[in-house]
Design a protein around this ligand. Structure first.
Ligand SMILES: Nc1nc2c(ncn2[C@@H]2O[C@H](COP(=O)(O)OP(=O)(O)OP(=O)(O)O)[C@@H](O)[C@H]2O)c(=O)[nH]1
Ligand SMILES: [Mg+2]
Ligand SMILES: [Zn+2]
Length: 346
């Protein structure tokens, strides 16, 4: 511990910040208790967390089938419910202008990601399907797609791969070939891959079928069109979309908070902020292997049980790459992901 002595000025500032924090907490407590004591609160009813803003949340009422139904209500949280995230199923009470969340159901699952300081944070709860969106612009990053697939596997959710901005395909044969190759590779691996576009009528016909009755989260790089897709699917919702940067053709991180929308045909859709990475460093080598079905299939035939598939003799994976049965790029992705694990067991 540093023995550095604090100046009077510093001590005074620390004391002041602590006093302010205490007063904020007690103000919040008074507000929550006030709301609870207040006879104006309606009956307890089920809802789902739409979005989280610091210590408060927005909650949408749900019907008997768990389907979002009605206007979102700004709610405070009971002191023991500080970890709620978008998608949580809750019980709440509300008056005409505010409410309070009084209980949370046990989560079925939770999708996590690191925040800007690298701290792992829950991002969405009770998710059936991760819709991994990529596009021709910003340029697709197949390794990122592989990372998302591993994260999806670890979280126990189903992936759906969406290639958006299909309208740009007509612009060049390079685009067409590139997309056809990606689509073919992942379809052969057993994933469902759909194309979409928000620019042509009927561009969402295929995608929309896969969303019915499920709780889906849209993830992917900034600028691929996650919010545009959701807006096109739900035209009555007020959803902000952003333009790509003129020179870099990258997104501008327009969406800043995960937000849930009810899907009219049944189910719900969560929009999320664009991400570069899914912070797979919290997971194990086994998890990564599970996320690479193609490599896993051959790994059991390697001569050594702990084969790293780098240059070991009798490696069935390297052999499969030579014969064209496993994509070299996928093996490279696999190795790079293992290299970034912090557990040191790669
Ligand atoms: N050509 C074309 N452009 C699209 C399509 N869908 C969205 N865009 C454009 O892509 C840009 C980014 O769209 P957003 O919906 O804000 O992207 P996002 O993935 O939500 O980005 P973040 O919120 O920053 O993560 C906008 O300029 C959209 O008009 C499409 O199908 N085709
Ligand atoms: Mg967005
Ligand atoms: Zn091997």
């Amino acid at each position: 511990m540093s023995k550095r002595k604090l100046t009077r000025q510093q001590s005074w500032r620390i004391e002041k910040v602590q006093k302010e924090r205490l007063s904020r907490v007690s103000r919040h407590k008074v507000k929550v208790e006030g709301l609870l004591d207040n006879g104006d609160l309606g009956p307890e009813q089920p809802g789902r967390i739409v979005a989280r803003f610091g210590k408060q949340v927005e909650v949408v009422p749900v019907d008997d089938f768990g389907q979002p139904n009605g206007k979102a209500i700004h709610c405070h949280l009971r002191a023991n419910l500080t970890n709620l995230v978008t998608g949580d199923s809750v019980v709440f009470q509300s008056s005409s202008d505010a409410g309070i969340v009084i209980a949370c159901e046990i989560r079925r699952n939770v999708l996590e990601r690191p925040d800007s300081r690298g701290v792992i944070k829950a991002m969405a709860a009770n998710v059936d399907q991760i819709v991994i969106v990529s596009a021709l612009e910003p340029a697709p990053q197949p390794e990122l797609l592989d990372r998302y697939l591993v994260a999806t596997e670890v979280a126990g959710m189903k992936p759906l791969i969406v290639i958006n901005k299909a309208d740009l395909m007509q612009e060049s044969t390079v685009n067409q070939n590139f997309l056809a190759a990606i689509k073919n590779l992942y379809q052969v691996l057993g994933y469902t891959v759909v194309e979409s576009t928000t620019k042509d009528v009927g561009g969402l016909a295929e995608l929309s079928k896969y969303l019915i009755g499920k709780s889906s989260v849209f993830i992917g790089q900034s600028g691929v069109g996650k919010s545009s897709l959701i807006h096109a699917l739900l035209p009555n919702e007020d959803i902000r979309v952003g333009h790509l940067h003129k020179q870099t053709r990258l997104g501008r991180h327009t969406t800043s908070t995960a937000r849930l929308y009810g899907y009219k045909a049944g189910g719900s859709i969560i929009d999320s902020p664009g991400i570069r990475d899914f912070g797979l460093d919290q997971i194990s080598r086994k998890d990564v292997e599970r996320g690479f079905v193609d490599i896993n299939e051959f790994a059991e035939y390697c001569r050594f049980r702990d084969c790293r598939h780098r240059q070991e003799p009798g490696c069935a994976v390297l052999d499969a790459v030579e014969k064209g049965n496993v994509s070299r790029r996928r093996l490279e992705s696999f190795q790079r992901i293992l290299d970034t694990l912090t557990g040191g067991d790669a």
